[in-house]
Design a protein around this ligand. Structure first.
Ligand code: SAM
Length: 289
């Protein structure tokens, strides 16, 4: 039998089950074997490792993961896909389908139930684009014991995650991702690789989890708060944006503080490196701002 990620088998499965796509759930199913090869290679799986898939759809990626990993747990929100997945995954005994919204799933518990005893776990998914950022942030912030995140996202989102300081793509998402991971663009994927074809380009990005965060900060919540405040209005200078934290009456002091960190007050947030944000954050804390 042909693999699920082919146009003919995908259409057969959809027709047989009378499935209709829900745009609101970001349902665009992958039908390109070359792209799947690249995703699987980037995920670095073997039989000692597990894979968490977000949104298996009708199982095109799930099937490949079942062959490459020791265990696959696939979290799907759409109840209508469960009988389809049960049927198409019946040849594989290492796949569990969990009916849940990934954003409401207790991932620590899922890890214990699905992945205990494995050498490592990667998240591998063709993400629903309407919730890409919340899903990525949940995976990063919960500090799960995961090795890699290999995900298909909208091309612009991949570019923002991998952006270096200095360009307009660099922002708080770049900093959050790069604080925890090393991003690497795997490939660009055209709309015709999916059924139905989305009218945006996509990209596969690999986020390799760092053993230690990229910079050392005493208070992570404060660091991300400073980053958010710095980007509040992108056209404003760093000093103007950060005056929301220092208070207007301490603006002179804030300018001196920035200069002491090697950051000219008239720079814009998008030009600061993670190290510079960390220095500014520590200095703000020391001066009670
Ligand atoms: N993995 C399949 C593929 O590559 O063909 C489907 C990918 S499709 C882009 C996204 C999938 O995520 C859909 O199956 C959709 O129902 C599911 N989904 C959407 N929102 C979700 C959520 N909050 N939690 C879990 N799954 C979700």
């Amino acid at each position: 039998m042909k693999e699920i990620a082919t146009s003919s088998r995908t259409r057969d499965i959809i027709r047989k089950h009378g499935f209709t796509f829900k745009k609101s759930l970001g349902q665009n199913f992958l039908i390109n074997a070359d792209v799947l090869d690249q995703i699987i290679e980037a995920a670095e799986l073997d039989e000692t490792r597990g894979a968490l898939e977000v949104g298996p759809g009708i199982g095109s990626l799930t099937e490949r993961l079942a062959k490459a990993a020791g265990k696959v747990a696939a979290v799907e929100i759409d109840r209508r896909l469960l009988p389809i997945l049960q049927e198409v995954m019946s040849p594989y005994d290492n796949v569990s389908v969990v009916h849940s919204d990934i954003l409401k799933t207790d991932l620590r518990q899922l890890w214990e139930e699905q992945f205990s005893g494995l050498a490592g776990v990667s998240v591998v998914a063709n993400l629903p684009y309407y919730v890409t950022t919340p899903i990525i942030m949940k995976l990063l912030e919960e500090r799960l014991p995961l090795e890699n995140i290999v995900v298909m996202v909208q091309k612009e989102v991949a570019e923002r995650m991998a952006a270096k300081p200095g360009g307009k793509e660099f922002g708080s998402l770049s900093i959050a991702v790069q604080y925890y991971c090393e991003p690497e663009l795997v490939c660009i994927v055209p709309g015709k690789a999916f059924i139905p074809a989305p009218n945006v380009e996509s990209a596969v990005i690999k986020l390799k989890r760092r053993t230690e965060p990229a910079v050392n900060v005493a208070d992570e919540a404060k660091f991300f708060h400073v980053v958010q405040a710095s980007f509040a209005q992108r056209r404003k200078t760093i000093a103007n944006n950060l005056s929301s934290l220092s208070g207007k009456d301490r603006k002179g002091e804030l300018s001196e503080l920035l200069i002491s960190c090697g950051v000219q007050p008239e720079r814009r947030a998008e030009t600061l490196s993670l190290q510079e944000f960390a220095l500014v954050c520590e200095a703000l804390t020391r001066s009670g701002m």
